[in-house]
Design a protein around this ligand. Sequence first.
Ligand code: SF4
Length: 333
Amino acid sequence: MEAMLYQKLDKGAVRCNLCAWHCVIQPGKRGVCRVRENRGGRLETLVYGKAASYAVDPIEKKPLYHFHPGSTAFSIATVGCNFRCNFCDNWVISQEEAITGEELPPELVVSEALSLRCSSISYTYTEPTIFFEYAFDTSRAAHRSGLFNTFVTNGYMTPEAIEAIHPYLDAATVDFKGSGDPAFYREYCGVPSPDPVFESLLAMKSKGMHIEITDLIVPWQGEIRGSFTKLVRWVVDNLGDETPFHILRFFPSYRYEGPGSTAEGLLEELWKMAKVEGLKYVYLGNVPGHRYENTYCPSCGKLVIGRIGFQVTSLRLKGSSCAHCGSRINVRV
Ligand code: SF4
């Protein structure tokens, strides 16, 4: 299928404008993501309708804690990714060289989601930008059927991609690794700079999309506290102090060789630092049963959404307000 968002260059080359790599691809070659190929001067997506993974997940697994809490998301992914994180959790599909997957066209994704009583479709597990056409058509069909759409993304997109998908995209979890430290992105994710991620966030914000941020804290990321504080301040200043912010515990995976998982004490210290910087909704992820998985009302301090892992255990909301004191909570229900 012909790709969206590309331009033809001289001598049969094309430039892909879907993600911040802006790959220039010669005939017969593929882009960095390995799933977009120049066939005779025409850019083709190789993964349209080819689901390498699909499942029904709690929306909290994305993680989206402030977007229809307690609902379920039909979650899909294809092979391929535009990052090369050597600690990837989903490396089996993200770093797969072959084009594999089960035929699952957009209409079938939507009908499956409806029959399984999901409220949304989540484009996740690998970077959804690289299966854009599949996500785009599925999102449009999903909206027609009353389903929401959410991206779990590394944010390494172009403004054109956001402009195209935003009418159908209701929410995004934007994942930072190593607190957005440029050296970390270069060395461990294989991308030259995290700057496009920040630009994507500004574009999403301007479109009124619901945004949640994750930051994967890896034990070897260097000067953790400085990078972390810088990221939190950027979020407060540019996205607002009501932006849900998830501090994720790292567990060893893929090619990672080094110290084990992130110490819980460090995560708790960062949680406190984020609160001091003014963020109202800060969470710890991958620490099931921790009290920092819960949402507390910023006004009265009482529990409004209780969670254990990905399960919502209590909901004390009246619409989008705290059921105890009536203050507005930044939550979409
Ligand atoms: S989506 Fe793939 S082909 Fe397009 S710019 Fe990004 S990495 Fe390159």
